[in-house]
Design a protein around this ligand. Sequence first.
Ligand SMILES: [Zn+2]
Length: 258
Amino acid sequence: MTKKKTHYGKCRICGQNKELSYEHIPPRVALNKSTRFVSVPHEEWTKIEDFIGYTPKGQILQGGIGYYSLCRECNSFLGQNYVRAYERWIESGVQVMTNFNVDYFKYIALKQEPLRILKQILSMFIGMNDDWYSQAYPDLIAFVRDPKSNYLPERYRVFAYLNNEGQYRYIKHCVVSTPTLGIINLSELTFPPFGYVLTFDFNHNIHSFANITYFKNYKLGEVIDIDISIFKLPTILPFSPLDYRTKDKINMDINASR
Ligand SMILES: [Zn+2]
């Protein structure tokens, strides 16, 4: 593992050129402490014809998925302000999926801090995207940097779904053309028990997602029980945003196209 090497670069949150520390995305406590994962170059994925039968030959890394994208100070700022609330949110997702094996859930997540949860989710999108992202979307950064702020412009929406089947998704900012909703600018992050989609200038809802953007309206420190209606979606293909087809459906589609 290359963790001991020194990494310099622009911190995605404070914007300073500094030594960057290894930022776990999601945080270690959110089940990302000892993830073994396979790092496969994107070009290799694009050459694969049979995704489902494919065994990655990439390097196996241990110690949790993350990026050298934040300085030590910003890393611990997130740890101090948002991670505990996020951990509680994660526990709620794990709990419902452990107890029930269905595809659609309605449940109440007890004693949650929505504002901190949303800021943690956005900080993960910031951390996994390249540094142009922070410059292009300064209001996202401002929202994360100020724990009290409720100001997140309308152009940003955050959607969630439950997930416990398929691959992790760390899809950087991209443009997706969909048959029903048109063209969407988005970034997607999936790590069980949740997947998230952050959209830009997209003014609709997506049927199978829970829109959690309203978490921004709660006060800092406000603790509430959140009513959630949410689908559980599989993410079989790691680099295919908004694709929640089951393995069987993907195989059928592949066969149909032959
Ligand atoms: Zn920083």
